[in-house]
Design a binder for this molecule. Structure first.
Ligand code: C2E
Ligand code: CA
Ligand code: CA
Ligand code: CA
Length: 279
């Protein structure tokens, strides 16, 4: 792709470096892709650590380029976040999730709780609560079926304002999760102000739990802290049996990760739920 774009760089001002141009091009391509309906939502199942049962999933956006295959969000979400496009994409993701949820509900009694990632710009959007309420109502999805994942860093950006908003979301019945927990250096007392039901331990701590005693201690402490505060704790990024075995020695509620497979299409998630219902 770099090669094909090589000649195009000549038309931009020489001061612009290649990376900046690449970002600019990606930004306009992304906007077009969004308008052309080239984004899609995959689901990564979350499992009850004690029983192995699927208890829900995390919705993860993807960009499917006809010639290039699937582009992962790390390559376009940061760019979308520089503009208001992230707000549109985020709202679209929630819309897809509610539509998929309604579809699953026709075949299984409980599709589990589905979590959706929220970015700061969405949280700061005027009318945010009315907009997401309207989407859920439109598809007949109960707010209690959804969880919003907000990173620790986003939470700590103007906490007073965020607490007020999260209290309203919580009152609607939505669950709230702190994402990438452990990466933001927030204090326990600061976190207790938020109506949080779930702590998601960042995968950077999970990666070495089976081999690095310090990481094992950190994860153990986070699990203990979260459980003492009556929160559910999710370990993300579980890739190996060894990591799973270590987590089983802790009082961690849920796990998600590549050990259980790649994030999957809506249809495949339904198949998983149906297989589970069959025993
Ligand atoms: P995240 O919220 O921390 O999501 C978890 C990421 O870890 C996902 O990457 C997932 O595919 C990946 N992952 C899952 N299991 C494993 C594992 O066992 N090992 C490793 N190394 N990685 C694993 P993905 O899908 O590339 O998403 C990256 C980030 O993009 C997400 O991180 C989230 O911050 C953001 N993102 C994804 N979808 C959305 C969205 O709809 N809205 C917003 N605002 N952000 C999104
Ligand atoms: Ca997440
Ligand atoms: Ca995360
Ligand atoms: Ca992350």
């Amino acid at each position: 792709a770099k090669k094909a774009g090589g000649n195009v760089f000549a038309y931009y001002s020489p001061e612009m470096n290649e990376a900046a141009v690449e970002r600019l091009m990606t930004k306009s391509k992304l906007k077009r892709a969004f308008e052309r309906d080239e984004l899609l939502v995959h689901y990564q199942p979350k499992y009850n650590l004690a029983t192995g049962e699927v208890i829900g999933a995390e919705a993860l956006v993807r960009w499917e380029l006809p010639e290039r295959g699937i582009i992962l969000p790390s390559d376009f979400i940061p760019i979308a976040e520089e503009t208001n496009l992230i707000v549109e994409i985020g709202e679209w993701v929630l819309d897809r999730v509610c539509e998929d949820f309604r579809y699953w509900q026709r075949s299984v009694p409980s599709p589990g709780r589905v979590s959706v990632n929220l970015s700061l710009k969405q949280l700061r959007q005027a009318n945010f609560i009315n907009r997401i309420s309207a989407i859920m109502r439109g598809y007949g999805v109960s707010p209690t079926s959804l969880e919003l994942e907000i990173t620790e860093t986003t939470l700590m950006e103007n906490p007073a304002r965020t607490i007020k908003l999260l209290d309203e979301l919580y009152a609607l019945g939505l669950h709230l999760a702190i994402d990438d927990f452990g990466t933001g250096y927030s204090s326990l007392s600061a976190l207790q102000q938020f109506p949080i039901s779930t702590l998601k331990i960042d995968k950077s701590f999970v990666r070495d739990i089976a081999v690095n005693p310090d990481d094992a201690t950190i994860v153990g402490t986070i699990v203990h802290m979260g459980r003492s505060l009556k929160m559910d704790v999710v370990a993300e990024g579980v890739e190996t049996e060894e990591q799973l075995a270590f987590l089983q020695t802790l009082d961690c509620n849920y796990v998600q990760g590549l050990l259980f497979g790649d994030p999957m299409s809506s249809d495949n998630y339904l198949e998983l739920l149906l297989a589970q219902a069959d025993g």
